[in-house]
Ligand binder design. Structure first.
Ligand code: ZN
Length: 271
């Protein structure tokens, strides 16, 4: 297989949680990444999830693990961020981080969410790293923090908020992931229409995302119908859309040598 042909056949899963699969599933999950050539960013909800993700990364050339503290967990870590600090340097990007004012109803937890997000945004600025961002119900607040910390590169995960902050995020050049809710939600489809082709990515949020949308977890190849739906919405041929998504992530990587393993996956150098 020549490089052009092979590189066009790479899929992108820009936001997953492989550590959340039970051990009994993992062998089949990793085999599918290999068979279907799915370059996968596995984000972490907490440092312990990152540790498990690192062990999974060792088992697959299609996985890159990233450190984060999910906003749902922020209050558990806000007073011990100094313990996370030594692990920051080794993580090639940061995620899953962000704010969630929609699913977290206790307003007393919002301050912890913001402080943890600021901790990671500060590190991302200092180390010039990509972030993988959750914004549910706090889209404007998250955007204002990204502006304050001058965040250069962000992958905005499963955006489902209002259009005004979305347009400001688009103007800042951020990328936006679409997952299985694209198959069923008019709002998500409308958002996908708003975003230029050069700023879209595919994701699964496996296994919890499909669990939330379909009522059961999915295997990594759920990224294929997501890509098909994105192609239809963006009025592109499916193979062109897959190539565009691959190029979009490569452009975001921007030669970042800490992400060379991800670039290698995306260049389709594995045969
Ligand atoms: Zn997630």
């Amino acid at each position: 297989m020549d490089e052009i042909t092979s590189s066009r056949s790479v899929y992108v899963d820009a936001h997953a949680h492989l550590d959340e699969y039970p051990d009994t599933w993992l062998g089949a999950v990793l085999q599918q990444l290999e068979d279907d050539r799915i370059a996968t960013i596995t984000t972490a909800m907490a440092p312990s999830a990152y540790e498990r993700a690192l062990r999974i990364e060792e088992r697959s050339r299609w996985v890159i693990a990233t450190l984060g503290v999910h906003p749902w967990n922020a209050h558990h870590f806000v007073t011990s961020l100094d313990e996370i600090e030594p692990s920051l340097a080794e993580s090639p990007m940061f995620g899953e981080i962000g704010l969630d004012f929609r699913n977290v109803h206790d307003h007393t937890l919002y301050d912890a969410q913001e402080r943890v997000l600021e901790f990671f945004l500060c590190a991302a600025r200092d180390e010039d790293k990509i972030i993988n961002l959750h914004t549910s119900g706090a889209e404007l607040e998250a955007l204002e923090l990204l502006e304050r910390y001058d965040t250069r590169r962000a992958i905005v995960h499963w955006y489902s908020g209002p259009l005004e902050p979305l347009r400001r995020m688009v103007a800042r050049g951020y990328l936006f992931t679409f997952g299985c809710e694209l198959l069923s939600s008019a709002l998500i489809q409308q958002i996908a229409c708003e975003i230029p082709p050069t700023q879209v990515l595919t994701e699964t949020d496996n296994p919890g995302g499909p669990q939330w949308v379909f009522g059961e977890p999915a295997m990594p190849d759920v990224v294929k119908p997501v890509l098909q739906a994105l192609a239809i919405i963006q009025k592109r041929d499916e193979s062109d859309m897959r190539e565009q998504v691959r190029q979009n992530l490569l452009t975001c990587i921007d030669g970042d040598t800490r992400l060379t393993p991800l670039s290698t996956m995306l260049h389709g150098r594995y045969v």
